[in-house]
Ligand binder design. Structure first.
Ligand code: G4P
Length: 293
C-alpha cells in the first residue's frame, strides 16, 4: 500500500515518551513483566519498544483472544516467543480458558530462579510482583478482572485521561501493577495498522471501509479460502480481484442498490463485523517470521 492510500493516523510521540519513562521507573518494583498481545496478530499488537524497554526482566507473553485465532498458528507463535526468551501461553479472557495456568507458570517457569533463591533463604511467602503491559484493546482490563476475580471499572486508554498507577492483588502473594500511560503499536508500519484495523483494535477509518474489507478478503482468499467458501458460498477460482471478492459477497447476501448495483459498503461492513466476531472462523493474520538457520 502506498502512503497516499492511508489516512494519517494520530500519533502521540510525547505520550509514548512519558509511558516509556513510567515503565522504566516502575520496572524496578516488579519481578516480571506480563505482556498481553492479540493472538490473531501477535507482533502487530505489540509496542515496538517492548523488548528493549523490558530488557533483563523475566517475561510472560499472553496470547489473548485465542478463541478467535487459528490454533496451529497460535502454537507456532508460542514457540516463537519461547525461542526469543520469554515464556508464552495462549489465553481467552472472554471464557477464561487458559487463565488457571497463568500464575503457576509465573512461579514455576518465568520466576523459577527467583523462587528457588527465595526458598533457600526461607522467604517463600514473599509476594511476587508483576507488571502488566499491552496496547489498547488487547484485553488488559478483561485479564485483570478475571485474575483478580472482581469487576473493576474500565479505565480509558486515552492520552490526556488521568490514570494513576494501581496495584491489584491477584491472590495472597501475587500483586499486579496496572501501568498508566498508553503503549501504542507500530502505527507507522502500514501493514501493522491494517491488521489492527481488521481486528478493530484501532479505528477502521485509517482506510475507507471498502478498501479495508477488500484487503481482508484478499488475505482470506489466500490463507483461509475454506472460510470464505463456507460463510459466503463463494466459488473461488483464485483469480478474483479483491473488488470482485467484495462484490461476490454482496451479491451472495443480496445486498443490492436499485436492482443491479451491489452495495459494496454494506458488504464491507458485514465482512469486517463477521471477521471480528469470529463468524468467519478462527483466523490468524500473521505468521511468525522465519528464523535464519
Ligand atoms: P484493554 O483493557 O486492553 O483495552 O482491553 P479490554 O479488556 O477492554 O478488551 C477489549 C475488547 O476485547 C473487549 O470487547 C473484550 O470483551 C474483548 N476481549 C478481551 N479478551 C478477549 C478474548 O480472549 N476473546 C475475545 N473474543 N474477546 C476478548 P468490547 O467489545 O470492547 O467490550 P465487551 O464486549 O466486553 O463489552
Amino acid at each position: 500500500m502506498d502512503n497516499t492510500e492511508m489516512k494519517q493516523i494520530q500519533w502521540f510521540p510525547g505520550h509514548m515518551a512519558k509511558t516509556r519513562r513510567l515503565i522504566a521507573a516502575n520496572l524496578k518494583l516488579v519481578d516480571a513483566v506480563v505482556e498481553i498481545v492479540d493472538s490473531r496478530a501477535p507482533l502487530s499488537s505489540r509496542n515496538p519498544e517492548m523488548d528493549s524497554m523490558t530488557k533483563g526482566k523475566p517475561r510472560l507473553v499472553l496470547l489473548n483472544k485465542s478463541d478467535l485465532a487459528d490454533d496451529r498458528a497460535t502454537q507456532m507463535w508460542i514457540n516463537y516467543f519461547r525461542n526469543s526468551g520469554a515464556e508464552a501461553l495462549a489465553v481467552d479472557c472472554k471464557s477464561g480458558k487458559g487463565l488457571k495456568n497463568v500464575l503457576p507458570t509465573v512461579r514455576t517457569k518465568v520466576l523459577k530462579e527467583l523462587m528457588e533463591k527465595r526458598a533457600q533463604q526461607g522467604m517463600t511467602g514473599a509476594a511476587v510482583r508483576l507488571m502488566i503491559v499491552g496496547i489498547p484493546n488487547v484485553g488488559k482490563s478483561s485479564l485483570i478482572n478475571r485474575l483478580a476475580g472482581t469487576k473493576r471499572a474500565k479505565v480509558e486508554d486515552r492520552p490526556g485521561v488521568t490514570r494513576t498507577k494501581q496495584w491489584v492483588k491477584l491472590d495472597n502473594n501475587t500483586e499486579l501493577l496496572d501501568m498508566p500511560g498508553v503503549l501504542w503499536p507500530k502505527f507507522e508500519d502500514q501493514d501493522v495498522a491494517v491488521r489492527l484495523a481488521f481486528t478493530g483494535a484501532i479505528s477502521d477509518d485509517i482506510l475507507d471501509i471498502e478498501t479495508l474489507a477488500m484487503k481482508l478478503l484478499s488475505y482470506l482468499a489466500g490463507e483461509y479460502p475454506a472460510s470464505l467458501r463456507e460463510r459466503y458460498k463463494l466459488e473461488l477460482t483464485g483469480e478474483e480481484s479483491s473488488l470482485e471478492l467484495l462484490e461476490n459477497v454482496g451479491r451472495k447476501r443480496g445486498m443490492m442498490i436499485s436492482g443491479s448495483e451491489i452495495n459494496t459498503e454494506r458488504a464491507a461492513i458485514t465482512v469486517l463485523d463477521e471477521f471480528r466476531s469470529g463468524k468467519l472462523g478462527r483466523i490468524t493474520l500473521e505468521m511468525p517470521p522465519q528464523r535464519e538457520k
